[in-house]
Design a protein around this ligand. Structure first.
Ligand code: ADP
Ligand code: MG
Length: 242
């Protein structure tokens, strides 16, 4: 059984049909890179997985369980699914370490001491433990995004969603974030990554998925996807971004 299954998922924003029947499955430990033109529905799709967006038709299953089932507690669901946004969305008024320990203490009822120990270990893992007691605004964009990743990991998620995590960064900071993501991928995290960083896709993606106008047009392992794109729209897209 796949870890995540999408069955004919449709979503409308008013009259606008943004997801037009997405069917896809993601195995435990798989890394999917989702790419496609702006407005094609990439963010909407991954936000459906942790129910930040509702959909009107179809089903998403995690571990075989419908995420809209009666027995699903949305907070519990979200505690297993980390999400990292383009804008880091850190809490500005508390320290970096507190950003990381807040949810484990509040949602998982972990002791402050334990949460701080884990938080420091995570900051070390993303290479910024010296910054633990600073406020987010005192950090560079790349550092803030690494805090956002550490914050998501503090909940020990089974799935990580990334929505263009490097798009708001200055070029010299992109690699420090991608390197953290590559480590995660190699450690076996199940990841859905919306990104146009095709070097990242080549290096760690198991599959590259191309979306256009609310549909998955094609998908393939990176080598095949880049060397032999099948659809004209995929070729055009690759020509524009590579
Ligand atoms: P992508 O991430 O691929 O750029 P999105 O999923 O953000 O695409 O958006 C897909 C389409 O849905 C876009 O045309 C966007 O304008 C529209 N859209 C996104 N969010 C909303 C919303 N809250 N209300 C109405 N339309 C939206
Ligand atoms: Mg988007």
């Amino acid at each position: 059984m796949a870890l995540i299954e999408f069955h004919d998922v449709h979503k409308w924003y008013g009259d606008f049909h943004v997801l037009k029947g997405i069917t896809e499955s993601v195995e435990q430990g798989e890394v999917l890179v989702i790419c496609g033109p702006s407005g094609s529905g990439k963010s909407t799709l991954i936000r459906c997985v942790n129910r930040l967006e509702e959909y009107q038709k179809g089903h998403i299953l995690i571990d075989g369980k419908d995420i809209h089932g009666d027995d699903i507690d949305v907070n519990e669901l979200r505690s297993h699914i980390g999400i990292v946004f383009q804008q880091f969305n850190l809490y500005p008024h508390i320290s970096v370490l507190k950003n990381i320990t807040l949810a484990p203490i509040k949602v998982k009822k972990i002791s402050k001491a334990e949460a701080e120990k884990t938080g420091m270990a995570l900051l070390e893992r993303v290479g910024i433990h010296e910054q633990a007691h600073k406020f987010p605004a005192e950090l560079s964009g790349g550092q803030q995004q690494r805090v956002a990743i550490a914050r998501a990991l503090a909940m020990k998620p089974r799935i990580m969603l990334f929505d263009e995590p490097t798009s708001a960064l200055d070029p010299e900071m992109i690699n420090e974030v991608l390197n953290v993501m590559k480590d995660l991928a190699r450690e076996g995290m199940t990841m859905l990554c919306v990104t146009h960083e095709m070097g990242f896709a080549r290096e760690v993606a198991d599959r590259v998925v191309f979306m256009d106008f609310g549909e998955i047009l094609e998908q393939a392992p990176p080598l095949e996807f880049f060397s032999n794109p099948k659809h004209e729209r995929t070729k055009l897209f690759l020509k524009e971004i590579l």
